[in-house]
Design a protein around this ligand. Structure first.
Ligand code: NAD
Length: 488
């Protein structure tokens, strides 16, 4: 894909649309399936449909390449990643358009995603040569302890549709930096961005078989064939909690290393001492980034009673001004939701809340087609048993609830099975630390509405997952520790 092909037809036609196995682009044994444009409901283009047999061919290639890639000097592995980082920047416009076409988000957000996604290649190119070990004496003085860190081995990387560029790079980069080979299975809704990344890595000099890509409309048999094969050593999954726990059960028989980045139900707490306009800015970012289709999306707003009225009014006013339209139109600020099922799920959650007594301060809702658009909605008076307080909304809907004091705010925020992220707005330092310490979440945005950064350990607790991606921790998910006892 070159920089000159930044028209929809250009970016779509420059993609291979096949499976990448052992350095070769191949057709899928299952034929092909269409990728749908969520802004129109029409097919964008067809890609290969992999079967379980294709999956095993991809693992053959990954297993065959494992020894050579692990033995490749870390500096050389790093340079491939660094070149991929540069190529992503060279092709930023084409990649952004591709992500927008298949996922729906506004172009400005796709451009930000290209930069975020590329950053994983740069960050892990810097981490690759820093993998180290240790040398220690035993307390008894009987022998020495040598600690080595080695690649886990062939890894299965499964990614969701909501960040079609960044979710693949957040896994590919640490896996390759650690010396692991991989099979990537992107989401069936958004396989095109993943193919573009594979194309870039190939051009960056990645040896055949180190990264293999399987696009498929039917992920279960592909996943099952790989999880039960003794050559696979690791599965790293980002997606919904039910699929994540299904894969965790599947990984149990072979005791695979597992990393899971799952769903969220982020609380967004605003104390009465907070800078109100900064809190509304943060709320807009935390709610509206990615059309609300982010695991990090603020799902429940808890606002101190004394400022709830102005906060809700300001938030509703801001959400009402957003321009809704196809992400590829540069004026759009709210693109379509991913598909009819996603739009209908959001509508169902709003209907359930309203049936339970909620009031729409901003009365958005599903829009007529073509495409799967949903207008921003703000709700108050939401009953405690409303489904949207328990489930990920994954759309532009903001339920605003109130609290009397700090203890009530923390208890309400923690009243969820999820624990990915929480947001807190307060100007009081002692309160900040007290509250942050008590929140049951893997990440906290303190007076800020976006936390994602390649240099930070991203991940959740409770039903939100296992392990961390990014930061110094990310590469560790793809490394084993070996201890060698050395006689004195
Ligand atoms: P999903 O769970 O439906 O699908 C995720 C991936 O799993 C896709 O590639 C899909 O094809 C694959 N998959 C589905 N069933 C499978 C099976 N039986 N075997 C193997 N693979 C299978 O999730 P989604 O709808 O694509 O993404 C949205 C979800 O992802 C939300 O819950 C969101 O919170 C979560 N998410 C989490 C993070 C995070 O970092 N915690 C980031 C982004 C998205």
């Amino acid at each position: 894909m070159s920089t000159s092909t930044t028209t929809p037809a250009g970016v779509l036609e420059s993609l291979p649309g096949q499976l990448l196995i052992g350095g070769q682009w191949r057709d899928g044994r299952g034929g092909a399936f269409d990728v749908i444009d969520p802004a129109t409901g029409e097919p964008l283009r067809a890609v290969a449909d992999a079967t379980a047999e294709d999956a095993l061919a991809a693992l053959d290639a990954a297993a065959a390449a494992q020894r050579g890639w692990a033995a490749t000097p870390a500096r050389q592995r790093a340079e491939v990643l660094r070149r991929a980082f540069a190529l992503m920047h060279d092709r930023a416009e084409a990649l952004a358009l591709l992500a927008t076409l298949e996922m729906g988000k506004p172009l400005a957000e796709s451009r930000a995603e290209v930069a975020y996604a590329a950053e994983f290649f740069r960050w892990f190119s810097e981490e690759a040569p820093r993998v180290d070990g240790g040398f220690r004496p035993t307390p008894e003085g009987t022998h020495h302890i040598l600690v080595m860190r080695q690649p886990v081995g062939p890894s299965l990387l499964i990614t969701p549709w909501n960040f079609p560029l960044a979710m693949p790079t957040r896994k590919i980069a640490p896996a390759l930096a650690a010396g692991c080979t991989a099979v990537l299975k992107p989401a069936e809704q958004t396989p095109l961005s993943a193919l573009a990344i594979a194309q870039i890595l190939t051009e960056a000099g990645l040896p055949p078989g180190v990264l293999n890509v399987l696009t498929t409309a039917d992920p279960e048999p592909v996943g099952a064939a790989l999880l039960t094969d003794p050559r696979l050593r690791k599965v790293s999954f980002t997606g919904s909690t039910p699929v994540g726990s299904h894969l965790l059960r599947g990984a149990a028989d072979r005791v695979l290393r597992v990393s899971l980045e799952l769903g969220g139900n982020a609380p967004f707490i605003v104390f009465d001492d907070a800078d109100l306009s900064a809190a509304v800015d943060g709320a807009m970012a935390a709610k509206m980034r990615n059309i609300g289709e982010a695991c990090t999306a603020a799902n429940r707003f808890f606002v101190a009673e004394s400022i709830a009225e102005p906060f809700t009014r300001m938030l509703a006013e801001r959400m009402a001004t957003l321009a809704i339209g196809p992400g590829s139109d540069p004026r759009s600020q709210v693109g379509p939701l991913i598909d009819a099922a996603g739009r209908d799920k959001v509508a169902g959650l709003v209907d359930d809340a309203r049936a339970g007594g909620a009031t729409a301060v901003l009365d958005g809702g599903p829009l007529p087609g073509p495409g799967f658009f949903f207008a921003p909605t703000v709700l108050t008076g939401v009953a405690p048993d409303a489904r949207l307080l328990r489930e990920e909304i994954f759309g532009p809907v903001a339920p605003v609830l109130t609290f009397r004091d700090e203890d009530q705010a923390v208890a309400a925020a923690n009243d969820t099975e999820f624990g990915l992220l929480a947001y807190v707005y307060t100007a009081d330092l002692r309160r900040s630390l007290r509250v942050v310490e008590q929140l049951e979440a893997g990440m906290v945005g303190l007076n800020q509405g976006v936390v994602s950064n390649a240099a930070a350990p991203f991940g959740g607790i409770k039903l939100s997952g296992l392990g961390r991606e990014g930061g110094r921790e990310g590469i560790g998910e793809f490394l084993e520790t070996k201890y060698v006892g050395i006689a004195r």
